[in-house]
Design a protein around this ligand. Structure first.
Ligand code: ADP
Ligand code: MG
Length: 210
């Protein structure tokens, strides 16, 4: 029950997790993964270092249609550093599948090359709110195949004043999608954000002692 081998994963995934030395799930992974793999909407409250990236990335990689070269998942992070970390983690998780393209779209780096990369398509995009919104406003991103949205470090994004940008992004995404919101803290603001994104999210909380 505590091991990744208790999950219903696509062929080759468990072997890849094992090779990455991911054997035993952390508390938040144990609570969120079975729900997420069944396509539920989820809010997860969990401390830094508890393994949230793997919690939202496994479901993304598990349902990824590698034969469909279109953006299927969007992950929104507060900073470029976090977005790069997430992209790196997903690259490791999907290395058993051929030719998966992950694009990072963050502020603080030149815009034009990102537009160029987007014209070559991708499967997954990871970015920061402002830059993602800019690309969306300028119609650089094909949104119609996106079926998964992740807000990583949602509390931090709210602290940084990204609420409006996030809402504007969510408004133009396909309505039929899985939503995952990860946050180290949980308060009224997070509840508001979550309600404007989905009305049936299941709440899970990391109870482990660090
Ligand atoms: P968070 O986002 O909750 O702060 P991360 O997703 O960045 O945490 O994970 C922290 C570290 O723990 C990373 O180095 C990651 O590779 C490692 N990790 C995550 N899940 C597991 C696991 N089940 N077993 C071993 N290491 C793990
Ligand atoms: Mg994290």
């Amino acid at each position: 029950m505590n091991n990744f081998n208790s999950l219903d994963l696509r062929d080759g995934f468990l072997e890849n997790l094992t090779s990455l030395n991911y054997i035993k799930m952390t508390d938040i992974q144990k609570k969120s993964l079975p729900l997420l793999l069944k396509n539920n909407n989820l809010i997860a409250q969990s401390k830094t270092g508890s393994g949230k990236t793997v919690s939202f990335s496994i479901p993304i990689v598990n349902k990824l249609k590698n034969d469909k070269f279109a953006i299927q998942s969007m992950i929104i992070c507060p900073t470029r550093e976090l977005a790069n970390q997430v992209a790196k983690e997903i690259k490791k998780l999907c290395r058993f599948i051929n030719n998966i393209k992950i694009l990072t779209l963050c502020g603080g780096v030149p815009y034009k090359p990102q537009v160029h990369s987007l014209s070559h398509k991708a499967h997954i995009i990871v970015g920061t709110p402002g830059r993602l919104l800019k690309h969306i406003s300028e119609n650089n991103i094909e949104l119609e195949n996106i079926d998964t949205l992740v807000l990583d470090e949602a509390d931090k994004m709210l602290d940084m004043g990204f609420y409006d940008d996030i809402i504007k992004i969510v408004e133009v995404l396909p309505k039929k999608r899985q939503n995952m919101l990860f946050s180290a803290t949980y308060d009224e603001q997070i509840m508001d954000l979550s309600k404007s994104i989905t009305d049936d999210a299941i709440f899970v909380k990391d109870e482990s002692v660090h």
